[in-house]
Design a protein around this ligand. Structure first.
Ligand SMILES: NC(=O)C1=CN([C@@H]2O[C@H](COP(=O)(O)OP(=O)(O)OC[C@H]3O[C@@H](n4cnc5c(N)ncnc54)[C@H](OP(=O)(O)O)[C@@H]3O)[C@@H](O)[C@H]2O)C=CC1
Ligand SMILES: CC(=O)[C@@H](O)[C@H](O)COP(=O)(O)O
Ligand SMILES: [Mn+2]
Length: 381
């Protein structure tokens, strides 16, 4: 029985994690979870999985819930995330919170020796070197949840990493993949949220449309698999059936395939090195699909991907600045305060103005993150 702490339980990844925990009570027990503001779903999770500790974003929600659930312990805010991540009984942290807000709790869980199943890619982008060096120091596995990284992880199983020629991340192209840059000028939030293959949270769906999601994933792959950027490629693949590939120096290419269902990589990270049956999982029928499509990426069309490679190759606080600028700009786009193309314009401007510090410590990263968000807000006033 693995005892689980879960950050971001009410989100797209968090809710699918809850589904897996409900379907495998013989294998997993939820001991602590965090949410933001969705109190209705919070009550549902408490009723079904009876955790010991729950953290919410606002103190007022914690106080109200405490009255209804006197046997559950409640926490709130940034400290609440850390309390959930470091709960003394859990051995695994599933980090499915959104954004760089997940960084400090991840570091705290690593220092408590917990295995980390990570969906929260922004944490790896903003401070990958800190996360990986602490994981090494405390001998803690960092298991990928992101579908591409899970596919790479599975395709590396039993192989010698030194014999890898390159990693190939597949990209659906997002909701505007059939539009020219000219046509992107007038797209709406509603259109952008219509991802062709995956049902995900709003922020990552916009990231898919700008291709910043793939940019974050290139950096995530560099961090998780210690692979130079020259050996990480992106390949457009409309169907999201091949979740990513690894090419070896004997020219062999190993890939992981499946119907697009995030419960597969989430569950694999939880059950690793075993596999569990997936309740309601749709089997892949390649004969029925007939054709799969592949295309090279055009970096002029997808400028955010180019910016992410630039930041990755530079290293240092420019990664934090780029990530924070993206988080802030996507939030403004979702509030309809800026246009779709302004997202990448803002990121580029922030990167041009950034004074880079290589190998930053946590304090510096948190400072750059906070200041960049303020800068982005002031840029659109
Ligand atoms: N969705 C997907 O299929 C995939 C997602 N990922 C990554 O996983 C992470 C989560 O994505 P996704 O599930 O789509 O996101 P969602 O927006 O659906 O969920 C985010 C979760 O984080 C909580 N949350 C948001 N802000 C805060 C905050 N400031 N403090 C505490 N909790 C907060 C939300 O709480 P509440 O809703 O209660 O307010 C919710 O539980 C992201 O890093 C994303 O890139 C990676 C691969 C695939
Ligand atoms: C499901 C998942 O892992 C997402 O990150 C997905 O990759 C988004 O798809 P694209 O970024 O390829 O559009
Ligand atoms: Mn992904």
């Amino acid at each position: 029985m693995k005892k689980i702490s879960l950050l971001g339980a009410t989100g797209s990844i968090g809710w699918q994690t809850v589904d897996i925990l409900l379907n495998h009570p013989e294998s997993f027990k939820l001991v602590a979870f965090s949410v933001g503001k969705n109190i209705e779903k919070t009550r549902e999770i408490i009723d079904h999985l009876q955790p010991e500790l729950v953290s919410v974003q606002d103190e007022s929600d914690a106080l109200a819930l405490q009255k209804d659930y006197p046997h559950v312990q409640f926490a709130f805010g940034a400290q609440g995330l850390i309390d959930v991540a470091t709960h003394p009984e859990s051995t695994v942290l599933v980090n499915a919170v959104l954004g760089s807000v997940g960084l400090e709790s991840t570091l705290a869980a690593i220092r408590m020796g917990k295995t980390i199943a990570i969906a929260n890619k922004e944490t790896l982008v903003t401070a990958g070197h800190l996360v990986m060096s602490e994981a090494k120091k405390y001998n803690v596995p960092i298991l990928p949840v992101d579908s591409e990284h899970s596919a790479i992880f599975q395709s590396m199983n039993g192989e010698n990493p030194k014999q890898i020629e390159r990693l190939i991340l597949t990209a659906s192209g997002g909701s505007f993949r059939d539009k020219t840059r000219e046509q992107l000028k007038n797209v709406t939030v509603k259109d952008a949220l219509n991802h062709p293959n995956w049902s995900m949270g709003a922020k990552i769906t916009i990231d898919s449309a700008t291709m910043m999601n793939k940019g974050l994933e290139v950096i995530e792959a560099h961090v998780l698999f210690n692979m130079p950027y020259e050996k990480i490629d992106v390949l457009l693949h409309r169907e999201s059936i091949i979740h990513s590939l690894v090419e070896y120096h004997d020219t062999s290419v190993i890939a992981q395939l499946g119907t697009p269902d995030m419960r597969v990589p989430i569950q694999y990270a939880l059950s690793y090195p075993d596999r569990l049956p997936l309740k309601g999982g749709q089997r892949l029928n390649l004969a029925q699909i007939g054709q799969l499509h592949f295309k090279e990426v055009d970096f002029d069309r997808y400028r955010a991907l180019k910016l992410a490679y630039d930041a990755g190759r530079a290293g240092g606080t420019i990664l934090t600045a780029m990530n924070a600028a993206n988080e802030a700009a996507v939030a403004l786009f979702l509030q309809e305060k800026i246009t779709f193309l302004q997202i990448e314009e803002i990121i580029e401007q922030v990167m041009i103005n950034h004074n880079n510090t290589l190998i930053p410590d946590l304090e510096t990263i948190l400072h750059v993150d906070k200041e960049t968000r303020k800068t982005v807000v002031s840029m659109v006033k």
